[in-house]
Design a binder for this molecule. Sequence first.
Ligand code: ATP
Ligand code: MG
Length: 379
Amino acid sequence: MHDMIGVHYSEIALKGQNRGYFEKSLRQNVRRMLKGEECSIESVHDRILIRLLPGANEKSIGEKLQCVFGISHFYPAFSCGKSIEEIGLKAREIFQQVPKDKTFKVKSSRADKKFPIDSQELNRRLGEIFYNDGYTVDVKKPDVTLHVDIIKDFALVYTEKTACYGGMPVGTSGKVVVLFSGGIDSPVASWYAMKRGCRPVYVHFHAMRSNADAAKSKIGRLVQSLCRYSGRAKLYLVPYDTFQVSCASDYELVVFRRFINRVAEKIAALEGAKVLVTGESIAQVASQTLDNMAAIEEAVKIPIIRPLAGMNKDEIIAKAEEIGTYELSLGDYKDCCSIVSRHPRTKANLEKIKADEEKMNIEKLAEETLAQAEMYIFD
Ligand code: ATP
Ligand code: MG
């Protein structure tokens, strides 16, 4: 049984003066995600060390770490004293599981520069032990790589690394408001924004009987499932029936999109979020032509980020499956009515749209709609 997990970060280590802030955020996020697990967390030499306590569930901890953005990789390890003898003994224990016909190499690194033996020499001396035990060295493509990290108070010995998503710790880039439809695309868009350090505040417009019904629907389930990446998250539920009753335009779909962006912009102001995020992908459907996207964006001042702009539908679906939202997105959704034009216009006429919006008194409608919004918290 391993007694430590070493956690490494890549990109955040490069962030110059802000480095301390990024490290602290990552440590905090790791701590939140591992709440309830039998372990303790500390920082040593550019890495986070997770000490596994008696009864720790290594598999569960590993699965959670894989969802924390900012981690480049982690490795379950054995700790031991820093003498060659102790490291050799520990490594031999590991090698008991390795058949004799396997090739190996030793790869050591010294984070503790005061350690008297340099890495090359350490590799050589440890390599000798296993060579004498009958294993063959292969420095190019070994079957087993024995990693030895010399850190402050002990050495870590391990053979397996697990790659993670990298990116930035959630929260370090600030907040974004995600226009969340419950389809396949917007959960994936949200995931990409989180990967770059954004903390998502979800906004969903619905035509269900109540906000509480919407919270219990697949929308709530999707937000809940994305919490494994973000931790605690807010979801604003906003009924749009007032809009639906008042809307009279040939460009119904574009007017609706402009409308939800207006309301989302107000929520962003309340939340201190700097941008909106949508699941739009260029030319995927009629409402996502460049003309229509430009017309939609014209309604608001806040920038709109579209992480999926350049992705094909099959790529988005593959990602949704990987991050665990695809099945939920396919789930039933009982929206009693919806804004779907039978023949959606692909080329919006802004002048006409603005005239229609004026007749509907769109600004007042947005305020009234905002007043009906309710915020739910998921964890
Ligand atoms: P998705 O799979 O995310 O539903 P889609 O391919 O169905 O996307 P559209 O229905 O055209 O595309 O929606 C485009 C984007 O507009 C969505 O990705 C989402 O960001 C936003 N959006 C659409 N409907 C809603 C809604 N009811 N509430 C909040 N945002 C929405
Ligand atoms: Mg949709």
